[in-house]
Ligand binder design. Structure first.
Ligand code: NAD
Ligand code: UDP
Length: 312
């Protein structure tokens, strides 16, 4: 049994990770400032003696004795991370410095939840980890993209300079239960719009692509990465390589829900990447990992989840 710190543990991904770690018998300390996370997400863990929650903002130092740290704290939806751009970049950069300092003092392993946004609007397709990306450093997405890039730099420098035991994963678009209904990401938006027979809002032409990964596959990949030997530090892509256009996604969700919704086209947000697909060769080799839940099955679960939780 290990003692594990999960920053951002009350968020969408964090709450699933905490649940899985507790179910495996580990003691979990969830650190969260509840900016985009909620107590509701972790309500089922509150009575568990292996689980603790601490309200804390990781831009300030925090100290506790642990064996492993998963750093997930950071708003992930474009509307949320752009709401307070300065706080977003502070969270990525100062949060990384604070938690890397803690890992250094404890000789703990620390995993960074990095992102496919590292690749920006990629020119290389699909994206291998060796690709350096095509990122606008001064745009509206930069607080997130550059913050996450700087966090990767910090992880690498703490590793090279202080031999901190780091792991970096680059997460591609992930969806599943406990996404906030109002967080603006595409899968939750479309499913909720379809269930309410409201217009499905495609931004731009809908020809842009994404590759959607179900939450359980991601959590499995994260834990496998943390459990690798110290020599393997990544970065490693964790995502589902099956690529869909946003228009295909909309049509699939309308069909599955039997919705009367119409598709409407709205302006494309600034710097919206045109394509995104992970090359997961490295994850297959090093983690023996690949996704097992495909979009059809995952969307069915999302539909069932929102029907139940939102009474639709
Ligand atoms: P989320 O917004 O649901 O969760 C983020 C959590 O971090 C929330 O609980 C929030 O309250 C907390 N948080 C934010 N700032 C904080 C701070 N300063 N101090 C303490 N807690 C703070 O998002 P998510 O989808 O669960 O994403 C989790 C992580 O995974 C993020 O780091 C994100 O960048 C990364 N990621 C997610 C995706 C995805 O598709 N969901 C893709 C790539 C990377
Ligand atoms: N998108 C859309 N309609 C929506 C929400 C998102 O067409 O209601 C598009 C968005 O412009 C982007 C894609 O769907 O091209 C994925 O958006 P999301 O915010 O989920 O993730 P990210 O852009 O960070 O990959």
């Amino acid at each position: 049994m290990k003692r594990i710190l999960v920053s951002g543990g009350a968020g969408f991904i964090g709450s699933h990770l905490c649940t899985r770690l507790v179910s495996e018998g580990h003691e979990v300390i969830c650190l969260d400032n509840f900016f985009t996370g909620s107590k509701q997400n972790i309500a089922h863990l509150m009575d568990n003696r292996l689980f603790e929650v601490v309200r804390h903002d990781i831009t300030y130092p925090y100290s506790v004795e642990v064996d492993e740290i998963y750093n997930l704290a950071c708003p992930a939806s474009p509307i949320h991370y752009q709401h307070d751009a300065i706080q977003t970049i502070k969270t990525s950069v100062m949060g990384a410095i604070n938690l890397l300092g803690l890992a250094n003092r404890l000789n703990a392993k620390i995993l960074q939840a990095s992102t496919s946004e590292i690749y920006g609007d990629p020119i290389v397709h699909p994206q291998p980890e060796s690709y350096w990306g095509n990122v606008n450093p001064i745009g509206v997405r930069s607080c997130y993209d550059e913050g996450k890039r700087c966090a990767e730099t910090l992880f690498m420098d703490y590793h090279r300079q202080n031999e901190v035991r780091i792991k970096i994963i680059r997460i591609f678009n992930t969806y599943g239960p406990r996404m906030q209904p109002n967080d603006g990401r595409v899968v939750s938006n479309f499913v909720i719009q379809a269930l309410q027979d409201k217009d499905i809002t495609i931004y731009g032409t809908g020809d842009q692509t994404r590759s959607f990964q179900y939450i359980d596959d991601l959590v499995d990949g994260m834990i496998r990465m943390m459990d690798t030997e110290d020599e393997f530090i990544g970065p490693v892509n964790i995502g589902n390589p099956t690529e869909f256009s946003i228009r295909e996604l909309a049509e699939k969700i309308i069909k599955k829900t039997g919705s009367k919704s119409k598709i409407v086209f709205e302006p494309l947000p600034h710097d919206d990447p045109k394509q995104r697909q992970p090359d997961i060769t490295l994850a297959r080799q090093k983690l023996g990992w690949e996704p097992t839940t495909q979009l059809d099955e995952g969307i069915d679960r999302m539909i069932a989840y929102f029907k139940e939780t939102l009474n639709l």
